[in-house]
Write a protein that binds this ligand. Sequence first.
Ligand SMILES: [Fe+2]
Length: 311
Amino acid sequence: MNVKIFDTPEVQDFLKAVSGFDQSGGNDRAKQIMHRLLSDLYRLIDDFDITPEEYWSTVSLLNELGAEKQMGLLSPGLGFDHYLDMRMDAADEQARLDGGTPRTIEGPLYVAGAPVAEGEARMDDGSDTDAEVMWLTGQVRDTHGNPIPGAQVEIWHADSKGNYSFFDPTQSDYNLRRTILADDEGRYRVRSIIPSGYGVPPESPTEQVLSALGRHGQRPAHIHYFVSAPGHKHLTTQINLAGDKYTYDDFAFATREELVIEGTRIEDPAEAEKRGLEGPFTEVVFDVELAPTEVSELQDRHKRPRALEQA
Ligand SMILES: [Fe+2]
């Protein structure tokens, strides 16, 4: 077709009408954002000479993404989650609230209400007998190096097949999900299993989008954290286990150099016994530093829809 109509007064007036500029009701911010979004898309249709076939196949793809609840999966794949992190990092730097362990994306697989334990917990239900035992431990400190007793450490991760409890109905409730309150020295200790990485569902609409970009949909083995304590900035982060094929090639862009942790295989029975374990295991140590802040809204995780979390 190769026609250009975007800049005509007719199209510009049409965009204003579609965005509700001539209506007294509605929400001003919503109108402004929709106007900008539609303008960018209309211009794109002109510039790329989008055909009706291309447009309607995209509508169909969006329907599929929604029907399969995959927008939360595509979002990190298209870098939005990491981009929001980059903006929050920049805002922290500007407000001199930087320092401490870096944040990274939350992902869509958190479930609220995991059992709470003091100091120490076992996270796996013992059913994954082929999995490597993981001893995961660390200390929560402030940015001056002082331990933070009672800090709340929420941990969640996948099983050895890359699946998360709740979303995988074959697992027991809250398997591989715990909240640990740090001990008097700010330490937490967890017995669990080494998780596996995972990929977006094969043949899924998310995979379709990534394939069109020549990209894969794989994540390395990783462990999610929320860490918080009164008077400190809430931290959403995750660690990537070193040595995974995708450690530095995560489709969700969550990897940060400071968050890549190498596990240590320990075969000495005395070391296992010290930790109450029966055999060889892999120890993973992740210390966390929280930046101090008096701003109360920074001390909690930001709002977003989460499984089993009250709005
Ligand atoms: Fe994850």
